[in-house]
Design a binder for this molecule. Structure first.
Ligand SMILES: [Zn+2]
Length: 70
């Protein structure tokens, strides 16, 4: 399995993920009030963009999706 492939809770399948960008990290900090948002990944499947943690497939309930850039 490629290194960036992880299980996506919302896709219900193994999908490629990528780490959050600096901009997305600041967004997630505001969105969740978390101080530490390292180790989060975004699902790269089309129209998914669900956020998961490296060791937690469903860290947020309800799920959080990264908004599309403007
Ligand atoms: Zn997904």
């Amino acid at each position: 399995m490629p290194r960036d492939t992880m299980f996506c809770y919302t896709c219900d399948a193994d999908e490629p993920h990528r780490p959050l960008t600096a901009l997305e990290k600041s967004w997630l900090k505001e969105r969740t009030s978390r101080k530490n948002v390292e180790g989060f990944f975004m699902c790269k499947a089309p129209n998914c963009r669900n956020v998961r943690a490296g060791f937690n497939k469903r860290p947020f309930d309800p799920v959080i999706r990264v908004p599309l850039p403007d």
